[in-house]
Design a binder for this molecule. Structure first.
Ligand SMILES: Nc1ncnc2c1ncn2[C@@H]1O[C@H](COP(=O)(O)OP(=O)(O)OP(=O)(O)O)[C@@H](O)[C@H]1O
Ligand SMILES: [Mg+2]
Length: 252
């Protein structure tokens, strides 16, 4: 059973205590709407020193493009699967001259593009491929932030690119931030592969149970901690050290 720590101070250093040049990490952020998932994920994304991609389904992330760049698009239909699904491909975009990093911001056209899911997957595949050191010696790590993880990780509906990142991304320098309201209804590996799982308020008992079961920690302990959460407070589960800690809100 995991140790449960009391309120730990999550200061600037602790919060961003990740080494982009070390082994790639997957961080999950769960919690009901407005609990602060995207706000915390954004702190990581803004401090990320290399290129990255935000799958910005709601358009909430940096809608004025102050620190991100509009995804240039250009996905091309290259084939069809036997079930009729289209297969798109796109190259990872070149970083504009003068920038030390490019954080691309893909806002999918959910309403009017019936193939938008396949184009998202092509962008994710491009991010993964760009990190292949056999093809691109000296490739740097990249960050993938999926702000609504349900968009790409519905059980049984995971497409090839995202599936490859889930299975092999950590060996390839694909760092990942996944945000979503409910851990219940997403592919198990999204939780299973996470190094840290940040849980903001999760009102449904089934969600807390899902997290506890997947991480091998006590449901009662986790539920007890979750019950203590105030506004924008959260619990962080470290699957490497099997520790669970409750944190105060990060600065707004
Ligand atoms: N630590 C914090 N302190 C103060 N305000 C915060 C904090 N975290 C988030 N907020 C504010 O709460 C609001 C919701 O935050 P955020 O967008 O991160 O929620 P979310 O969990 O991603 O919600 P959604 O599921 O709707 O995407 C925002 O206005 C944000 O500025
Ligand atoms: Mg959000």
């Amino acid at each position: 059973m995991a140790d449960v720590d009391e309120l730990e101070e999550l200061d600037e250093e602790t919060r961003l205590d990740v080494d982009p040049d070390g082994t790639a990490m997957f961080l999950d952020f769960f919690g009901r709407k407005n609990s602060g998932k995207s706000h915390l994920a954004e702190l990581y994304a803004r401090s990320w020193p290399y290129d990255g991609l935000v799958i910005n389904s709601t358009g909430d992330v940096d809608h004025d493009y102050t620190w991100t760049l509009p995804w240039p698009g250009g996905e091309e239909l290259v084939d069809k699967k036997s079930n009729g699904d289209p297969i798109y491909a796109v190259n990872w975009p070149e970083r504009p001259e003068g920038l030390s990093r490019a954080m691309w911001n893909l806002v999918p056209n959910r309403l009017h593009d019936p193939h938008y899911r396949f184009k998202i997957d092509a962008a994710i595949a491009a991010l993964h491929e760009a990190g292949d050191k056999r093809r691109f010696p000296g490739a740097r790590p990249r960050l993938l932030w999926v702000d609504e993880i349900g968009e790409v990780a519905k059980p049984g509906r995971v497409l090839q690119g995202f599936d490859t990142v889930l299975h092999q991304g950590r060996h390839n320098g694909d760092w990942c931030l996944f945000c979503g309201p409910r851990p219940m209804d997403i592919e198990t590996l999204v939780l299973g592969q996470a190094d840290w799982i940040f849980c903001f308020a999760l009102p449904a008992v089934a969600d807390v149970q899902r997290v506890a079961k997947t991480c091998g920690i006590s449901e009662q302990d986790l539920a007890g901690l979750m019950g203590e959460l105030g506004d924008h407070e959260f619990v962080r589960i470290d699957q490497g050290t099997h520790t669970v800690a409750l944190y105060p809100p990060v600065p707004s």
